[in-house]
Design a protein. Structure first.
Length: 78
């Protein structure tokens, strides 16, 4: 587990975000005393989470019906 100080926290957000997105937890120390743990929401993305189509299907953003969107539009106009 890496330790960061207040200056790192204030000026190194891009680096910290990259570390956290990699699944690593950080210790925030001030004057040598650990005052907080900063951890990512989830440790690492699974393969299906990296796949945008799988994520869209999971949240219901992909048409699961038998009629495609283009077919529904054509039927509506026809």
């Amino acid at each position: 587990m890496r330790t960061i100080n207040t200056r790192d926290l204030a000026h190194g957000t891009k680096k910290i975000r990259k570390i956290l997105s990699g699944g690593e937890t950080l210790q925030w120390a001030s004057r040598g005393e650990v005052i907080a743990l900063i951890h990512p929401v989830r440790k690492s993305a699974t393969l299906s989470d990296r796949d945008w189509l799988a994520r869209a299907t999971k949240v219901g953003a992909v048409n699961q019906g038998t009629t495609s969107v283009s077919q529904a539009i054509a039927d509506d106009r026809g």
